[in-house]
Design a binder for this molecule. Structure first.
Ligand code: NDP
Ligand code: MG
Length: 423
């Protein structure tokens, strides 16, 4: 395995060593931004492996451009068809096509790979991202849901294997930059900023009429559909609190959220001496992605720059929790710990998918999730009418990936039951 430039302590010329990269979820919003950076620095990065689920045409273009050694798709049929087509077309004859969860795990732990960009959306990224951590890779973590489901397991395993978890989510990347190796004892508060999403000013009595298109119309960021809905409900910020708790070893009580309308301040740290350090820039995911790819160096990016003179003002406001009940739900789950975050995350994925399919209304999202977490509390307190004396272990503690998957499934099932009653 070649040593990546970013980890090498030798006097070798950094320009001569390539960081070999796997991109999980290469056809998504984070995946495409990652490839955009890699395209800018061919002397620094080499794509070893790419994955997607259904966007096969887009993946084929990427294969022709980056010539990866490994490609993972969803099904064995897809893998066979691609194998045949690339062999007969004489392009990329060396590319090996693998498929499914085993394939994703294979391209994450491959011994030649130095850095894995975890950019699958949702719980589907749990096992492959964990494989990369078990294999001691540098893992750029955009895919926050696995950390929400099993954060402690990720952090402990990374300590054992020497894997490095690099925060790619813009807020966490901002904090990572601001912290710059300061110890957790010096942190007074982590302040995650939030744009407030498309409904930050909508009168509360108009929430009942919110449409899918309105919810998908984020004012500041262009992202995948699931995270865009999470941003509109502010579940995203709740998941980010849990993510920050694990990434920065900071109690949930020391993590606050502030609205920053312009999405220019990407988050900040308040230290015990009263200093605040913030990271700012235009809302462009290529900046945190490039920071992770180049870490601990900075890459000379060719992207539009922030002009501070053109900024009229920066606005900060407290969050109105009545407007965003999902934020309160996730904060409560964060404080409860155990299986609560994984249950809430699984339920949220199920409910958001239903909203994206126009099966439920926007306002139903938080109502269904509140019902699920109510059942969770009743189950733990043994007050649920049909529950007897056994509380599943995975609701109490997440000690393994299997626990995380079971808690996630439990949350999805409860959400399904609540949704059935709605119809
Ligand atoms: P997208 O929906 O745009 O992309 C998801 C990627 O994962 C696609 O390549 C998709 O393949 C693949 N994928 C989806 N489901 C599966 C599955 N079940 N198995 C295997 N592959 C799958 O998501 P984003 O890029 O927006 O987000 C990715 C992650 O990064 C999320 O966890 C999100 O919270 C986080 N994040 C995203 C930000 C952003 O700006 N977008 C900002 C901060 C964090 P296909 O195209 O074939 O469906
Ligand atoms: Mg974010």
């Amino acid at each position: 395995m070649k040593v990546s430039a970013s980890l090498s302590n030798s006097s070798e010329n950094p320009a001569s060593v390539l960081t070999k990269v796997t991109v999980l979820g290469a056809t998504g919003s984070i995946g495409l931004n990652t490839l955009d950076i890699i395209r800018q620095f061919p002397q620094k990065f080499q794509i070893e492996a790419l994955s997607c689920r259904n966007s096969i045409e887009q993946l084929c273009e990427q294969i022709r451009e980056f010539k990866p050694r490994l490609v993972c798709v969803n099904t064995s049929d897809q893998a066979r068809e691609l194998r045949e087509s690339f062999r007969s077309g004489h392009s990329c004859p060396e590319t090996e096509f693998v498929w499914g969860m085993e394939g994703l795990k294979q391209i994450s732990r491959d011994p030649e790979v130095d850095l894995v960009m975890a950019a699958i959306v949702g719980a589907a990224g749990l096992e492959p991202t964990f494989s990369a951590v078990e294999a001691g890779k540098i893992v750029a973590v955009a895919n926050k849901e696995p950390l929400v489901m099993a954060g402690e397991l990720f952090v402990q395993t990374a300590k054992k294997t020497g894997a490095k978890l690099l925060p790619t989510d813009s807020e966490h990347n901002a904090i990572f930059q601001a912290l710059h190796n300061e110890s957790p004892e010096r942190i007074a508060r982590l302040i995650l900023t939030a744009s407030g999403g498309p409904f930050r000013d909508l009168p509360l009595d108009e929430f009942e009429q919110i449409t899918l298109d309105e919810a998908l119309n984020h004012p500041n960021w262009e992202m995948g559909r699931k995270i865009t809905i999470d941003s509109a409900t502010m579940m995203n910020k709740g998941l980010e609190i849990i993510e920050a708790h694990w990434l920065f070893n900071t109690p949930v009580e020391k993590i606050d959220v502030l609205m920053q309308r312009e999405s220019i301040i990407h988050s900040m740290v308040e230290f015990i001496d009263g200093s605040f350090l913030a990271q700012m820039g235009l809302p462009d995911m290529r900046v945190p992605i490039a920071y992770c790819l180049g870490w601990p160096e900075r890459l000379p990016l060719k992207i539009p720059r922030l002009d501070p003179v053109a900024l009229n003002a920066l606005h900060f406001e407290a969050i109105d929790e009545q407007r965003f009940p999902c934020l309160s739900l996730s904060l409560k789950a964060a404080k409860q710990g155990g299986g609560a975050p994984a249950v809430l995350n699984g339920a949220n994925e199920k409910v958001v998918a239903a909203f994206l399919n126009e099966e439920i209304r926007f306002v139903d999202i938080s109502k269904i999730l509140a019902s699920v977490m109510h059942v969770f509390d009743e189950t733990l307190q043994q007050t649920k009418p049909d529950c007897f004396d056994i509380i599943p272990d995975f609701l109490l503690n997440i000690l393994s990936l299997e626990d995380a998957v079971e808690a996630d499934q439990w949350g999805r099932e409860q959400a399904g039951e609540v949704m059935e009653k709605l119809h």
